[in-house]
Ligand binder design. Sequence first.
Ligand code: HSE
Length: 436
Amino acid sequence: MKPIKVGLLGFGTVGAGTFAVLKRNQEEIMRRAGRGIEIAMVADLNVERAREMTNGECEVVNDANLVVDNPDIDIVIELIGGYGIARELVLKAIANGKHVVTANKALLATHGNELFKAAQDKGVMIAFEAAVAGGIPIIKALREGLTANRIQWIAGIINGTTNFILSEMRDKGLDFDTALKDAQRLGYAEADPTFDIEGIDAAHKATLMASIAFGIPVQFDRAYVEGITQLQATDIRFAEQLGYRIKLLGITRRTAYGIELRVHPTLIPASRLIANVEGAMNAVLVQGDAVGATLYYGKGAGAEPTASAVIADLVDITRLATADPEHRVPHLAFQPDAMIDTPILPMSEITTSYYLRMHVADKLGVLADVTRILADATISIDAMLQKEPAEGEQQTDIIMLTHQTQEKNVDAAIARIEALTTVVGKVTRIRLEELN
Ligand code: HSE
């Protein structure tokens, strides 16, 4: 059989990795796919560099339209990133009857519904294993491996940059700004790290996992997104003393009232495997009703780990390209006409536990006032830590861990606590998940 022809848009780190791995493992990949997979065309603005790196083995152009309009190309790999030109090119590739492989979580989390619909109408596939947790085959696991299960929740460390920063803060006692600079110097964080440190990249990935887990449309605009920029080294230390680590988690959970979809720093018990995922590594914990908990761990970024996911998609498409579109694995795991509109819950309606730190005057009755306010809000205290004031100081920190409650109860209690004359400044609130 003739090889399937692939056009690659964007020859950066992942593009070059995909080219290299496909070439290095071509014989084995062909034995798996049942057919050769050939990158026939590459589009990149830096034509010279792409030509040099592809060694004259494929046509290199600087206009991506030449690839998506080429009738000989069967599959387009989109590695340009962003929502603008990438969206136009993907739509054009679909309109031209080409299957699409993309690592672009931002594009799919914001325009996924439009793109999946276009692909469905045209009978082509969009595959995006590389968009979530890089080399970890989490999309495949959720969509196929766990297809028997009613997924109950997913919690993932799905941004390597922030996990690296948090590991540095904990290991070396660094503050956020210093740890971020280290991450940039070592090449983990981008020059503009906004998407990573503000939690947006993790929220894009959590949004995609929520759709696949629960059969709901992609709804990034309903996700709660909180990054790690406000996190203080003090809280990492106090959490540690209480037996917890702080991780930036992407969480999605099915409840009786709707779906929780949220990204925020989270205390997790230090004894959990996922709490020990350090540096730039990723891990995703999935709770299914039949299988129980399963944990997926690996590299969430980088040339060859991401290429591993891109090529897995190429092989899937190669195997399925000739199958009747009705009998392929659906883009979002559930058949398009079987998607449901379970709402994403507003943050005030989610249920979790909390770490609360308040800076208080060391005076009689402060603790009684705080515990009364929590009791009034039906919040039960699970653990407490109070430090002696430093020598010569009249103020100290009180740290409380609560049992599970609704976020709106905590909002109300925090407002009342902050209004006490004995409480100084804002209450620090970090959510806590036992993950059991
Ligand atoms: N910037 C991401 C991370 C990788 O740090 O994990 C790509 O999504």
